[in-house]
Design a protein. Sequence first.
Length: 624
Amino acid sequence: MKHDEAMYTFGIGENFHLQNYLGSHEIDGSEEGYVFRVWAPHAENVQVIGDFTGWFDEPLDMVKNHIGVWEVTSDLPEEGQLYKFLVKRKGGQVVEKMDPFATYLEPRPGTGAVIRKKVDKKWKDGLWMGRRKRLGFQKRPVNIYEVHASSWKLKEDGQPYTFKELKEELIPYLVEMKYTHVEFLPLMAHPLGMSWGYQLMGYFAFEHTYGTPEEFQDFVEACHQNNIGVLVDWVPGHFTQNDDALAYFDGTPTFEYQDHDRAHNYRWGALNFDLGKNQVQSFLISSALYWIENYHIDGIRVDAVSNMLYLDYDEGPWLPNREGGNRNLEGYGFLQKLNRVVKERHPGVMMIAEESTAATPITQPIEEGGLGFDFKWNMGWMNDILKFYEEDPVYRQYDFNLMTFSFMYCFNEHYVLPFSHDEVVHGKKSMMHKMWGDRYNQFAGLRNLYTYQLCHPGKKLLFMGSEFGQFLEWKYDYQLEWVNLEDKLNQQMQEFTSFANGFYKDHRALWQIDDSYSGLEIIDADNRAESVLSFIRWSEKGEFLVCVFNLAPVERRNFTIGLPVAGIYQEVLNTEMEEFGGVWKEGNPNTKTKKSKWKDYENTLTFTLPALGASIWRVKRRLK
């Protein structure tokens, strides 16, 4: 893109590779040196300071053009040196500012940008990228392992693994556990680990704690070579209010809203992006595309979508929009534009919304007034299900609707069913600790719960540590409780999760039709007295699995359900098998249906349903 075109498209919100214009760049051609550009339209003066200027000894004076971009060229900088912008804000205050377009910063707490020559990676993941383009993901298995990169595992000196080390440690684990995707809490530069990455300052910068950008590229490539997709969290709604980052960059609202209350996110102590400003739209969409194109990631989970959609989402004062309502019209328009731009260029990349309300169509097409996301986190399902599984089974018959209500709306949107990091912090207890009963029953409940998640329509997500039943809550500054795996029940839980993940991948009935009732048939959702739920999942070719869940700690012998197909049925998964930590040495034998009326069915299957167990069946041989 030519210089004038880059400036023009930036000003109208249509420059989606803004990092190629702003920031620092090696000069092309015969000249040596670097050009620096920064957008600070109301600054009184801007200079470049760094290792090559002796910092404050001989700063480089920049010149402002007609769109508010300051620029200077110099042959002094060398690769690996640090720099910042010295901004004299409107009003005279002088502050050191990081480069908003830096791709790599010095270690925290420093915010100096590192001068880097652009090196185009020769990617070796063509097979994966071609398959992604050809097969998509809507009718494919999606089972995500959510990871906080700096607390999955620590080295002996207490330092987190870099992605060079995670490549050797995490990828084999993902393969062993049979996950289809890994999702990382934000990997962009952030000033404080305590924010888990959700208070960003560098929207193009790879967080120094995790190694180098090249190491993350190699990690993604290795994931793809092992048939694992990579997703990252991204936060376009708000940013850290640290004074050396984006906040009031030139002394006036630059990236944030003009209105003080709209600019300030009181709940999170952050600043909200002005999503209606053209330059901010260019900045944010360029950031999203940069992570997709530079790192070959397979999906972006957009954090805190509600904060961008509703003017009254925060705790502070708010004013209605021009139509008198609470919708953030600029935020709505920005999210539609984001998804339109990403999908036009990369239709095989998942766009996922973390959003908890039902007031806005999230995954409906943009032409129909929706936001155009591929998936929405089903927070209602998660809250209902966890409340149910935490409850004493004596009372579950009275709250059975918590298990079944989602069947009323599970195809209103395209959903991801999340058991995420947010559910295992702040006193909410770990997934295992949430379960009812003694230690044995807690593991039985957890196996039941994960099987229900895999059988319920929707894609899946589980936070790290939950797969082996870690008892303690997640701590962001400490590694997972890997010592738990010295306990046999934790080992068996881990083995069960791996088996169940593989079972999910192997049965297309569990993932091929995730968006309509043609993939789901309810057998019985009214058996409150026994707390048993049963349903069928269908594939496009008529293959099906019968999924039966006993939510009470009582074994049900001679338990009978109706079925649409006569045949000899085989139990293919029983969560109470001994190898998983249960007490069954042998599962149910192959069982023939009987001709018998049961509700609207002409055939019945009778078997033993394990206490607090899930039992899944398939037709071994159909009978007329």
